[in-house]
Design a protein around this ligand. Sequence first.
Ligand SMILES: NC(=O)c1ccc[n+]([C@@H]2O[C@H](COP(=O)([O-])OP(=O)(O)OC[C@H]3O[C@@H](n4cnc5c(N)ncnc54)[C@H](OP(=O)(O)O)[C@@H]3O)[C@@H](O)[C@H]2O)c1
Length: 444
Amino acid sequence: MLALLNRLMNRKPLRVALLGFGTVGSSVARILVERPELGVHVQLTHIFNRDVARKRASWVPASVGWTDSIDELFAAQPDAVVEVVGGVEPAGSWVRRALTQGVSVVTANKMLLAAHAPELLHLAATNGVQLRFEAAVAGGVPLIHGVREGLAGDRLTRVAGILNGTSNYVLSRMADSGEPMSLVLDEARKLGYAEADPSADVDGDDAAAKLVVLAGIAFRRHLRLSDIPRQSIRPVSSADFRYAQRLGCTIRQIAMVEKPHQRAGVPVEDLAASEGFHAFVGPALVLCGSHFGLNADANNVVTIAGHYGGENSFSGAGAGGPATAVAVVSDLLSLTQRTHERGEEWPSARVAPPPARPYYLRFVVRDRPGILASIAASLARQRINLDAVLQEPGYPKDALPFVITVEACEAASLRAALDEIAKSDVHAESPLALPMLLGDRERP
Ligand SMILES: NC(=O)c1ccc[n+]([C@@H]2O[C@H](COP(=O)([O-])OP(=O)(O)OC[C@H]3O[C@@H](n4cnc5c(N)ncnc54)[C@H](OP(=O)(O)O)[C@@H]3O)[C@@H](O)[C@H]2O)c1
């Protein structure tokens, strides 16, 4: 008892250096300054940023050293470094340097992790320090803690979520207002939800990087970022929301990774090892009343499916300085509690072709007799069964949208059918195919 008391009394706060004093970095400093009770655990000692003079803030205590020299920062021998600079380099070199010198790292940097997580986790383990990254996925939502600790007892089978706030804002606003994407994107830029160039968000690169990190946490496997198939939300139109609604659905950008489905006599673990994991980022039809369909604005929601525990969902603010900084500070506090945590490794795994799914197919055609029969024939040649045909009134004959939903089919067969269909000169726009993620209803 006396020994424990002595240990607690002698425990010194973790000396923390902040790399990057931007949106997240300044919010991390704010929390540490505004919550002095955390000072017994964590003490901010240095802030590093390029051209640091212009960054100095009067509310930061005078005891904190400001520097734009990374060598000076490492010479001060912090116990932990918070990397909130962003990008793969030079942030990656600084993280490696910290880990090699026996300094634990907390980072919010999904791009760095998607590119180099296995190497960095190995470096942390061999140097007996920790690499924590709660803020890298879903901002302030305690998803990584939830999956890594809260669901450690389950055998996880699927992680699916809305991981990009900008795309969710755009799609949920289009669903509510009926406005076209160009207008909604302009609005999102004005509100600060979208960058001047929103490509990384709307084309799926941001969500794919987060998915790589989530797959590592859920399955302890590293998928190569460039292997993850992604589809842009750009072709989704107001008409698609009208048709989706008739099917009881709406459209969201979904990021999903799952183990292959069980096959008689073959354990799922063996299948995942031999065939890899199904992974996908792109727009999909989801039921209006599902967690995904109800998720509005820039919020994130992630559903984790487990063999024993069924589905659990996490949701909340996926970005923003203060929310993300909460995740960083929580990681710092957990560093002070887990000095003996074992390191983890993420061996590489392959991305497998998608499983058979039902699809929503939208065509925009210059109307003339026989179009539907010809499309149906192309689908039949690939043994794809039609489920429903929908056509809303009120569209012009020279750009007439209509929708065919098809029963679960292989993506490769669908691609072959669509390639054949697209050769016809009737199309005013390229056909759009979206997977329908309807839970149990999607399986034949
Ligand atoms: N913002 C969010 O909501 C959010 C949410 C989750 C995760 N994240 C992640 O958090 C990280 C930081 O994002 P952020 O939004 O805080 O970015 P940010 O506002 O651009 O802040 C980055 C800071 O790092 C500094 N910096 C950049 N490159 C540097 C270099 N080569 N040398 C020294 N300093 C450098 C920048 O200085 P300058 O002022 O000179 O540019 C800036 O102060 C990223 O990995 C991001 O993906 C952000």
